[in-house]
Design a protein around this ligand. Sequence first.
Ligand SMILES: NC(=O)c1ccc[n+]([C@@H]2O[C@H](COP(=O)([O-])OP(=O)(O)OC[C@H]3O[C@@H](n4cnc5c(N)ncnc54)[C@H](OP(=O)(O)O)[C@@H]3O)[C@@H](O)[C@H]2O)c1
Length: 278
Amino acid sequence: MSGSETTPATLDLTGRRGVITGGGKGIGRAIALAFAERGADLLLVGRNASALEATAQDVRRAGGSARILSLDLTEADAPQRVVDAALDGGGLDLLVNNAGNVRAGRLETIDEADARAMLALNLVAPVLLTRAALPALKAAERGAILLGISSGIGLLPLPFYSVYAATKTGLAGFDHALRRELWGTGVHVATLYPGATATDMMASSTAGEPLGFGRRPVEDVVADLFAALERGEHEINTALPSRRGMQELHRTDPVAVDARLAPNLDEMAEAVKDHRSI
Ligand SMILES: NC(=O)c1ccc[n+]([C@@H]2O[C@H](COP(=O)([O-])OP(=O)(O)OC[C@H]3O[C@@H](n4cnc5c(N)ncnc54)[C@H](OP(=O)(O)O)[C@@H]3O)[C@@H](O)[C@H]2O)c1
């Protein structure tokens, strides 16, 4: 899904110095290890210090270096603390906005606190962290990479994921706007749209392949991500082929998707009613 008018320039992923939010586990951890294999110097950010330290050790074993910063990204001072820590001792040419959470279910059953937690972590935190990091990213001599982790739900908003969809389409829109704003600055803005991926985030959902939630191993998703980044792509979709038709239908005729999903609505509501990672 390159969609660009010209052949994209390849991107050098080696020796990056940067921040990965939610680097302690799941997709963020796998991204950290893939950058580590390419000699990165990383600041891993999240709340759970022991998970971050475990990833940091794996990063060192894989050939990179890593420091950790344990904090809640939704705290008001978090963006500046992350950037200050990242710049301590050097510049910044990579920011991965990965940390995220989910609570599925019919909108009226979702607690206000859970709705706010999704909006705060998945949307407000990356906006404010990017805002704080942008001067350093723009100043990077070799050019920088800004990578947002949206979701397949950012391409195909699904029922019972209304708040999550708002955050993931929101992050994708943020990345599109910034990519255009940063034209010619050397900051490569890319967005990953993972379909269901086998991480802790999915543990509480019983929705599987028949409902369009066939799960891919995280290593496969991140291998596809890195291959696409190396080709210089911006829009990186790792959904299973079985999901692509519905994504395309949403793009061309979104209301037609409603009727396609309707026969399975009750089954889907049941399968995702306990899906929660907050
Ligand atoms: N797994 C999927 O199927 C899937 C599909 C599409 C998109 N995504 C997206 O991919 C990203 C990573 O998901 P994942 O599957 O790897 O999830 P995960 O295994 O649940 O990991 C979430 C990460 O976010 C961090 N985090 C959560 N709340 C935080 C907070 N308040 N402050 C700082 N860090 C926080 C967690 O660390 P701490 O708990 O230590 O803070 C953890 O490292 C998310 O943005 C998610 O929406 C996932």
